[in-house]
Design a protein around this ligand. Structure first.
Ligand code: HEC
Length: 220
């Protein structure tokens, strides 16, 4: 506050220097800086896009699919990927519930006179050689499952082929997974079937039409 402004009855007035300051700011206009700035050069834009793309691709390829063992500095990141276990039974269950379920039902009990059961079936828990052939090439004609006859009479149906050349054309892995699943579901308890075993039977037998139960019973 200035020295002249002493009378408390007078309203406070701005003194000269203060006034000037206020005016200065009020009248001020943004000055053009004369184009002293530039847009981001196009070449930098391309450079950074390229780096981001490269980084994304690199991480996608070499990050080891989020496997924790990737941080083992002595291990290879790709070896970590191979360690990620696939739950075969879960895969098989998904295959079953999208495809087989229409005929053999979610209960695995099938339908009287049409579709034989997979629960308590000696075809499911018995010989791998027979079971793999049923899936690869199909089955038709009379078959006895858990003491009941199927595949004869007016309502008889056939089991479709799931191997190459069939309507489904499943991989050996898919066939192995669904077989492993049905061997462990509904109270069934039999060891898993490996994709390698399916491959072995498929290459040994080659192309083949639907089997009959009588054909398969000759096999071990
Ligand atoms: C279109 C209906 C149909 C579909 C889909 C089907 N099956 Fe079958 N399946 C049959 C019929 C019918 C038989 C009996 C054939 C016969 O009477 O000779 C059979 C027989 C079988 C048998 C041997 C007999 C037994 O009951 O154990 C197995 C094992 C089997 N199927 C598994 C499967 C699996 C696994 C799938 C899915 C990947 C599947 N089936 C999909 C109709 C089907």
């Amino acid at each position: 506050m200035s020295a002249q402004h002493t009378d408390p009855s007078e309203p406070r007035r701005l003194t000269d220097p203060e006034l000037i300051q206020v005016h200065d700011h009020a009248g001020e206009e943004k000055t053009d800086d004369g184009g002293n700035y530039q847009l981001l050069p196009l070449v930098l834009l391309f450079l950074f896009s390229g780096l981001i793309f490269f980084g994304g691709t690199y991480l996608g390829l070499f990050a080891g699919h989020f496997a924790p063992t990737v941080h083992d500095e002595r291990g290879s990141p790709m070896a970590a990927v191979a360690e990620v276990k696939i739950d075969v039974v879960a895969v098989g269950k998904r295959q079953y519930s999208t495809t087989c379920v229409g005929c053999h039902q979610a209960t695995g009990l099938g339908m009287a006179g049409m579709f034989p059961p997979l629960a308590k079936s000696e075809w499911v828990t018995g010989s791998e050689e027979r079971l793999i052939r049923v899936l690869l090439h199909g089955l038709s004609g009379p078959v006895t499952v858990d003491g009941q006859q199927y595949g004869s009479g007016p309502t008889a149906q056939a089991m479709p082929a799931f191997g190459p050349g069939g309507a489904f054309n499943w991989s050996d892995d898919s066939i192995a997974a669904v077989l492993t699943y049905i061997r462990q579901e509904w109270g069934n308890s039999a060891p898993p079937i490996t994709a390698a075993k399916v491959t072995e039977v498929r290459t040994k037998v080659g192309a083949h039409g639907a089997w009959t139960a009588a054909d398969l019973e000759k096999l071990p």
